[in-house]
Design a protein around this ligand. Structure first.
Ligand SMILES: Cc1ncc(COP(=O)(O)O)c(C=O)c1O
Length: 412
């Protein structure tokens, strides 16, 4: 056993170490480049997990790395009592690339912090406490964001949660309309549920939510932490339906796969409280210059290389191959679904999925479950993935499915 794995197990997370061991991933990572990762034994993996939808540009995209190195030699952290240029430029750029009137930004360091900011901005602006969220929704694990993430395994051990949250079925706009009352500040929704198991809502759902929230004077928060920056085949997930929310949260791929950053982008009136009370919400590290230059580079690369279109094309290729495999193994796979390079393979049960993940890892391809739905193995490779890499991964999927099938025959 590698000493580093033992340290992780002893000092960080023994339960997770156990799960990794079960899936044959009790290994220590060493280096990464593009779509590939190497462990310390020199084994190479195709990274088809992409840090849960973070590595849209792959590992160590040269333009992001170069921007960060340059900033590192100049001024990595803001003193905060002077104004950082990269952060201001990034806010301007986010205003340009987000839809509608979204033009003010709060920066944090993660998706959960972006969601926390959105909750606070919505409460401050409306003077109301209530938020409507969806079953299977995932918005992070800090107390506020967790309160909008209705999974008992994460919520129950830390109750009481932030009050005022109502949960409705995902994809059902009428249920949202019925849940809104006089105490509702906002509705929060993912354009496609990521951790919930890559669940795609019915066509027109987001448009309908936009109509209902506008009519009822309630804010619409769209959580694009996982769907943003081209992942689904459009720059933002909302672009599929051409709507503009009141607040949009982004993180993960925003940092170019090199730096952590989160942002809540909103209409200017939602930030009015900062005029009276400039420190009503703040973060020491949020939007620091290192992260900001990474995000600026990430946005430019995504647009210049037209990565949303690439995600759509490569996603279609991957889906086709997966559907063919699902037809070969209908007793193992229930459904393949996805949009762009946000793809879920739903197994007949979670144990079969776990076996498949470990067979696949042995063959050099990394994947994982959805955090809110362990039956679904999600595939979120970098958007720079080549056709040859997609084909290579599909070959490994085929082999791993055959091995999973044989192993199950042995057990049953
Ligand atoms: C839609 C969505 N929102 C929020 C989060 C939380 O982001 P973070 O893990 O950076 O706090 C995630 C993470 O998976 C997510 O998928």
């Amino acid at each position: 056993m590698d000493e580093v794995f033992t340290l992780f197990e002893r000092h960080i997370n023994p339960g997770l170490a156990g799960l990794l061991r079960f899936t044959g991933l009790d290994r220590v990572e060493d280096r990464a480049e593009g779509v590939y990762v190497w462990d310390r034994s020199g084994k190479r993996y195709l990274d088809f997990l992409g840090l849960y939808g973070t590595l849209n540009l792959g590992h160590r995209h040269p333009r992001v790395v170069e921007a960060v190195k340059r900033q590192l030699d100049r001024m990595p952290m803001s003193v905060r009592v002077l104004v950082p240029e990269p952060t201001a430029r990034l806010a301007e750029r986010l205003a340009e690339v987000t839809p509608g009137e979204l033009s003010m930004v709060f920066f944090g360091n993660s998706g959960a912090e972006a969601v926390e900011a959105a909750i606070k901005l919505a409460r401050i602006h409306t003077g109301k406490p209530g938020i409507v969220t969806t079953e299977g929704g995932f918005h992070g694990k800090t107390m506020g964001a967790l309160s909008l993430t209705p999974r008992p395994a994460y919520q129950d051990p830390v109750r009481p949660l932030v009050p005022g949250v109502k949960v409705v079925p995902y994809g059902d706009a009428e249920a949202v309309a019925a849940a809104i009352d006089d105490a509702t500040a906002a509705v929060i929704v993912e354009p496609i549920q990521g951790e919930g198991g890559i669940r795609i809502p019915p066509e027109g759902y987001l448009r309908e939510l936009r109509r209902i929230t506008a009519e009822r004077g309630v804010l619409l928060i769209v959580d694009e932490v996982q769907t943003g920056l081209g992942r689904t085949g459009r720059f933002w997930g909302v672009d599929w339906e051409g709507i503009a929310p009141d607040l949009l949260t982004s993180a993960k791929a925003l940092g170019g796969g090199v730096m952590p950053i989160g942002a809540a982008v909103g209409r200017p009136e939602l930030f009015a409280a900062f005029r009276e009370n400039p420190l009503i919400h703040s973060s020491t590290f949020g939007g620091n210059p290192l992260a900001a230059v990474a995000a600026l580079a990430a946005i430019e690369v995504t647009l210049e290389e037209d990565l949303p279109a690439r995600a759509e094309a490569m996603g279609a290729r991957l889906m086709k191959g997966l559907e063919a495999l699902a037809a070969e193994y209908p007793h193992l796979i229930e459904e393949v679904r996805g949009r762009g390079l946000m793809i879920g393979v739903e197994f007949a049960d979670a144990d079969i999925g776990a076996l498949f993940i470990s067979e696949l890892a042995e063959r050099g391809v990394l994947t994982a479950f959805g955090l809110n739905n362990p039956k679904v193995v999600r595939l979120e490779p970098p958007l720079i993935v080549t056709e040859a890499q997609v084909e290579e991964a599909l070959d490994r999927f085929g082999e791993a499915l055959l091995a999973t099938d044989r192993a199950l025959e042995g057990i049953l």
